[in-house]
Design a protein around this ligand. Structure first.
Ligand code: SF4
Length: 94
């Protein structure tokens, strides 16, 4: 490998590493986004931040583990939902 080839290789490797890192960061930011009430899926699923019925996200099997007020929901691709919320995909934890 010539000197020039090595330099090109290092430049491309560095650019690739930066691209992978930035992609990973943006995916994490997307996953941690709260569900918007105007999100088409939220509208279709009738998602609300405050449940009007006895069931709540906190007792739904689709909500992620933890004690935080907002946690991920599998139905919404890992976006955050309010533990006091509800949607038509509710399924009580066994
Ligand atoms: S599926 Fe619906 S009720 Fe269950 S955690 Fe997600 S948003 Fe809440």
């Amino acid at each position: 490998m010539s000197q020039l080839d090595r330099r090109q290789f290092l430049k491309l490797s560095g650019a690739g590493l930066i691209g992978v890192t930035m992609g990973s960061v943006s995916l994490k930011a997307f996953a941690a986004d709260p569900v918007s009430l105007t999100d088409p899926v939220a509208v279709a699923m009738k998602y609300v931040e405050k449940s009007a019925v006895a069931d709540k996200c906190d007792t739904c099997m689709h909500m992620g583990a933890g004690t935080e007020q907002h946690r991920s929901c599998a139905i919404f691709g890992g976006k955050l939902v309010n533990k006091d919320g509800w949607c038509s995909g509710y399924m009580k934890k066994p």
